[in-house]
Design a protein around this ligand. Sequence first.
Ligand SMILES: C=C(O[C@@H]1C=C(C(=O)O)C=C[C@H]1O)C(=O)O
Length: 144
Amino acid sequence: MVGRIWGHNPRLEAMSQQKNEQVPGTDDTGAYDPSASSLADTVDQEIMDELLAIRSSIDNFDATLVYLLAERFKATQRVGHLKAVHALPPSDPGREKAQIDRLRRLAHEAHLDPEFAEKFMNFIISEVIRHHQTISATHAEAGN
Ligand SMILES: C=C(O[C@@H]1C=C(C(=O)O)C=C[C@H]1O)C(=O)O
């Protein structure tokens, strides 16, 4: 059941095999449970209600982040194919520097820690470069 919805995840599968035990963070149908928490029973109901109300906004932000990242990766995959076809290098340090400098400035204006913004962008960019290397290798193999 869990495997069907989420793909192969040994940890979740082991959990779901324990008889009558629900996977934490899901309801009894296996769906996402927005009230999942390790704090239940240890916190006053009023505080819990406020926490859950704030978490419902966090849920929306997180879903948006996933959609934004998915669209960004769709665009970078296109760049990867373009680079592979035209034998361009996977990474473009000049572009990365300009982009990170700009995002650091935007982060500062938005009261987001610029160091965090830079680390986050570098994390994403390194994944993109890895994809571009794979696309380039696949393209080279197909040409041989
Ligand atoms: C997406 C590109 O490829 C790489 C990844 C980048 C990114 O994720 O923003 C930026 C520069 C490149 O190192 C690109 O060249 O535009």
